[in-house]
Design a binder for this molecule. Structure first.
Ligand code: KG4
Ligand code: ZN
Length: 345
């Protein structure tokens, strides 16, 4: 087994094509390359991700990014491959998987199929400061466009989902509210920006499942409440509408943050964890980062959010999760890696 590993990461589960090269040598972890080609501009005209369009767009981008990274060095550039094989869009996943399989066959290097959600967990591990506090058990709040999960990390590779959304993901609540107000996809960053100048008590929105004693979430009721609250403002004069947009953005963001933070803190106490991870696209939300960070630190625990660079989908986090397995001697047969669109942790 090599003492220094260079792992090629491949990610095509949704609307970003991403290829990376991660170097792991003892306790040193370095992202040497992390290329991401986003399809956001392509999907913006449809108001959301169109699976067939995503899959088709991944093909030339995967080839182009792999060529960029391996161009000069060729197959010698890496010692192992990590490819996302679920969850995600089936046809999109297959593009990355096929690329990984061909490279594994040609290079005869080990390959591992990685769970995209484990990749998000590993995004926090890419931060050197976080690695110093990486002591199990840990609790992770994964919040993205497709997932809202509280994951108890008991030991390396040993995960238990202790709470999850029963309907929409937190990111969907942001995206759908933005769409309702006529803002472009993805809505999260737009809402966060508007919320800066809005009044959090402008709209009285529910905090679904806040006091139900479980660690589960539900955001579809919030979506309905937002739709009803917005109706009278949608037709009003422009100036009145702009203020309502800011207030609705601030109120929605606060409702989501309140529920996410309260449930995460309750779970952190119950499972007596040593630290709390905050990962996934929605973790870019400054209000969520600050509020959860303050609450976690007040409990005397380590707060381990992923770096801004690795919050949204990328392949460095996939290579990192791949490292956890490959360095442990785990390997998959390249002929048998398949897309698992519904794979949970
Ligand atoms: O993890 P991610 O890049 O893709 C998935 O695997 O789903 O997450 C994308 C989600 C979108 O719903 C987007 O609106 C949301 O993350 N997002 C945000 C912010 N930045 C991205 N939500 C709230 N505030 C933000 N600043
Ligand atoms: Zn993701």
């Amino acid at each position: 087994m090599p003492t220094t590993w260079r792992i090629l990461g491949i990610e095509t589960s949704c609307d970003e094509t991403a290829i990376s090269l991660l170097k792991v040598a003892g306790s040193s972890v370095k992202v040497e390359q992390s290329l991401v080609s986003s399809q956001i501009p392509i999907h913006q005209k449809y108001g959301g991700v169109v699976p067939e369009v995503a899959a088709r767009s991944h093909v030339p981008e995967t080839v182009s990014l792999i060529t960029d990274i391996l161009g000069k060095t060729g197959l010698k550039a890496f010692d192992g491959i990590a490819v996302t094989n679920g969850p995600g869009l089936a046809t999109a996943l297959r593009v990355g998987i096929e690329a990984g399989r061909v490279l594994a066959m040609l290079s005869k290097k080990p390959i591992i199929g990685v769970n995209h959600l484990e990749g998000h967990l590993a995004s926090a591990w890419l931060n050197a400061e976080n690695r110093k506090h990486w002591k199990f058990p840990l609790l992770a709040l994964i919040v993205s466009g497709g997932h809202t999960e509280l994951v108890l990390m008991k030991a390396p590779g040993k995960y238990k989902i202790v709470g999850q959304t029963r309907d929409d993901a937190a990111g969907e609540a942001f995206d759908k509210t933005a769409k309702l107000m006529g803002l472009p996809y993805p809505g999260g960053p737009q809402i966060a920006k508007l919320a800066l100048e809005g009044d959090v008590s402008g709209f009285d929105l529910p905090r679904p499942m806040r006091n139900d004693g479980s660690f589960d979430f539900s955001f579809s009721g919030l979506k309905t409440a937002v739709r009803i609250a917005w109706e009278p403002w949608a037709v009003g004069p422009e100036e009145r509408k702009e203020k309502a947009k800011r207030d609705l953005a601030a109120s929605l963001q606060q409702a989501i943050v309140d529920v996410l933070v309260e449930k995460t803190i309750a779970a952190a106490k119950k499972y007596k964890v040593k630290g709390v991870l905050l990962v996934g696209g929605v973790s870019a939300n400054a209000r969520l980062r600050e509020t959860l960070g303050d609450a976690v630190v007040a409990l005397g625990l380590a707060f381990l959010p992923s770096d801004k660079l690795y919050i949204t989908d990328n392949a460095a986090m996939i290579a990192a999760a791949g490292a956890w397995h490959l360095l442990d001697g785990e390997v998959h047969d390249w002929k048998k890696i398949e897309a698992k669109p519904e794979w949970n942790l």
